[in-house]
Design a protein around this ligand. Structure first.
Ligand code: ADP
Ligand code: MG
Length: 440
């Protein structure tokens, strides 16, 4: 029975024991709040009511409480006390609230399949999760897209949250770090102190996809100091990237050398066996029913990217369901893979645009991305920027930061140069049209 109902029983008792006017003015207006530590808390509409009830009716109330609640203590709060009471209560609730787990619960060590391609990185990551800040600091892991870097970083987070819940772990993508920092600079209400408190007052900092670090001096400067601060205090730093530090063109030399102070470990492409086990595991986790032969077929044909491996498995299972069957066969896998191949071919990417421009002008990727200034190369670079912006609808800031390591005004300038030349400069117009045709 809930507290309100029981209180009603108390009232039903009291109504016969006090005058009608006292009942209406005082007793009836008490509101039960909660029972805590063997005591019923009641709220009164004003402090006079509280005083009168305490002076004249406390004995009656205690008796009735004893009978209906099995306790005889109570406390009446006037409105001001009630406010305080609630506030303490709310604060307590807040601190009791469990911090939400910021990590993907599926990305655990248990769900990570270890094979030849990733055994070294796995043991490094595992060791760091078990005793952060003691060995391998910083830990820099790198490997191609979809090979499990983000999975491993989340696994560290999940592990520490479970085994050392009092350690502060912060995971951010490089993009988030950059945006946080830029927002702090732009918005005067946001304090740099708060930013630093957030990034430096941690036991473990993980930055995912550091290759996207902006070429902007200020951001790298801030990151450099964050790094030093943590490092000097023996806090663990873990960085991921799609390539080794030396190959990140935007990365300042001093950061490259900082990263080299710890362990740099790569994840390689998984071999057939690992791919097969990953499929088995995934099928099991997702309750996908599939023939071994079908899994082998997928594992044989999707070799470079585990995310894609999982994608093909899902597609296969989806296709099987569409066909009204409940177990995927190798035929389904073949069909699914065919669709993926077609989608892949038609999907335009930054890399495709860059490589098409390289072929067209007989230049290298380095020429296009780099900073050589001779006219032929600069024109090709501007056209490349124009095409990326136009065909992929990619924001200029993103193109600048993630591809060329320049700020967005430089990128805008390049794009505008081409826009202004179209229909005016015959050669550029011709080149743009030819390239567009090839790409679409
Ligand atoms: P990256 O960050 O390197 O691009 P992710 O960590 O996002 O790659 O991995 C892509 C997908 O592949 C995720 O769903 C992840 O769980 C899965 N994956 C990668 N490596 C493994 C592995 N060794 N075992 C199980 N799943 C893996
Ligand atoms: Mg990732």
């Amino acid at each position: 029975m809930d507290i309100q109902e029981k209180w009603q029983e108390v009232l039903d008792d009291l109504i016969n024991q006090v005058t009608a006017i006292s009942y209406d003015m005082f007793i009836k207006k008490l509101i039960p709040i909660e029972i805590k530590d063997g005591k019923l808390y009641l709220k009164a509409g004003n402090s006079m009511t509280k005083q009168i009830v305490n002076n004249s009716y406390s004995f009656l109330i205690s008796e009735a409480l004893e009978q209906h609640f099995g306790l005889d203590e109570f406390e009446i709060l006037d409105p001001a006390e009630y406010e305080d009471y609630i506030k303490v209560y709310e604060d307590k609730l807040k601190t009791q609230e469990k911090k939400p787990n910021p990590f993907n619960p599926k990305y655990t060590f248990e769900n990570f399949v270890v094979g030849k391609s990733n055994q070294f990185v796995y043991s490094a990551v595992r060791s760091v999760a078990e005793s952060p800040g003691t060995r391998f600091n910083p830990l820099f892991i790198h490997g191609g897209v979809g090979l499990g870097k983000t999975h491993l970083l989340h696994a560290i987070g999940n592990y520490i949250l479970e085994h050392s819940p009092n350690l502060k772990v912060l995971y951010v993508t490089c993009e988030k770090f950059t945006n946080d920092y830029l927002e702090t600079l732009q918005d005067s209400s946001k304090k740099i102190g708060q930013f630093r408190e957030k990034y430096r007052n941690v036991d473990v900092l993980m930055v995912d996809d550091i290759q996207f670090i902006s070429a902007k001096k200020a951001t790298q400067e801030e990151f450099f100091h964050t790094f030093n601060d943590l490092y000097q205090n023996n806090k663990q730093i873990i960085i991921s990237s799609d390539r080794p530090p030396k190959e990140i063109s935007t990365l300042e030399e001093r950061l490259v050398s900082r990263f080299s102070m710890g362990l740099i470990q790569d994840i390689q492409q998984p071999d057939f066996e690992t791919r097969y086990v990953i499929l088995q595991k995934k099928a099991q986790m997702e309750n996908i029913s599939i023939d071994n032969e079908a899994m082998a077929y997928i594992a044989e044909n999707v070799v470079t990217n585990i995310r894609e491996l999982e994608g093909v498995l899902s597609k296969t299972s989806f296709l099987t369901q569409l066909l009204g069957r409940n177990r995927s066969t190798v035929e389904d896998a073949k069909e699914a893979l065919k669709n993926v191949a077609i989608e892949d071919k038609s999907r335009l990417t930054v890399e495709k645009i860059i490589s098409e421009v390289c072929v067209y002008y007989n230049l290298t990727r380095e020429d296009i991305i780099g900073s050589k200034r001779n006219k032929e190369i600069a024109d090709a670079r501007h056209i490349c920027i124009y095409l990326i912006s136009e065909l992929l609808n990619m924001p200029l800031a993103t193109i600048g930061r993630e591809i060329f390591g320049r700020d967005h005004t430089t990128i805008m300038h390049a794009r505008n140069k081409i826009t202004d030349s179209l229909g005016v400069n015959e050669r550029i117009t011709q080149d743009v049209n030819n390239l567009k045709q090839k790409l679409q």
